[in-house]
Ligand binder design. Sequence first.
Ligand SMILES: C[S@@+](CC[C@H](N)C(=O)[O-])C[C@H]1O[C@@H](n2cnc3c(N)ncnc32)[C@H](O)[C@@H]1O
Length: 223
Amino acid sequence: MSEPQVWDDVDEYFSSQLSPDDEILLAALRDSEAAGLPAISVTATQGKLLQLLAQIQGARNILEIGTLGGYSTIWMARALPSDGRLISLEYSARYAEVASRNIARAGLDKVVEVRVGPALESLPKLADENPAPFDLVFIDADKANNPHYVDWALRLTSTGSLIVVDNVVRGGRVVETDSDAPDVRGTRAAIELIGSHPRLSGTAIQTVGGKGYDGFALARVLA
Ligand SMILES: C[S@@+](CC[C@H](N)C(=O)[O-])C[C@H]1O[C@@H](n2cnc3c(N)ncnc32)[C@H](O)[C@@H]1O
């Protein structure tokens, strides 16, 4: 058995025991695939981790940057109380439509709002609305803009909020100091911002299996 197969099997074992997809989540993945969306959602184990983090935060307000078909959105929104709110920002109107259908089927359309457009245009508009601080921000869009997203997340959160950045390993390329790839540069800049910012305390965890080598950065907002 090759190593990658072992890690896929381990991920499959954990998700089958701890975070099995139900019919709603499976349908979200199925309909996303049928609509031609790329298969780049978080895995079920990662979705469950996001849900647990939202619960640990006692989250009432969640911001997601990068909706795709709404798979991670559903995992997180299920942690919200009935009067909670999740705003998810998505560049593609077509993806947002697929996501909205998946979210409605999950019975979450009262708490989830998908906003279409480049996140760097949606975020200032959102800030102008003076929303309640977000308890959890999940950043999972174009990686080149990760430092800008962390910066916006800081403006839209308060002490004790949690910021999660997905895909920080980049298949190991995150350690390539001289890379000029925008995703690597953006990810490194976000990690370095988290590491150096006086109001952030962060770490990163590497993940393997399901979708290959990857990882999350997590940062708690300090006073
Ligand atoms: C990795 S996918 C999100 C996966 C989703 N969070 C999940 O796990 O189910 C990244 C998404 O970010 C969107 N995206 C890319 N650039 C964006 C931008 N500038 N503003 C908003 N969304 C963007 C893409 O269209 C894509 O749907």
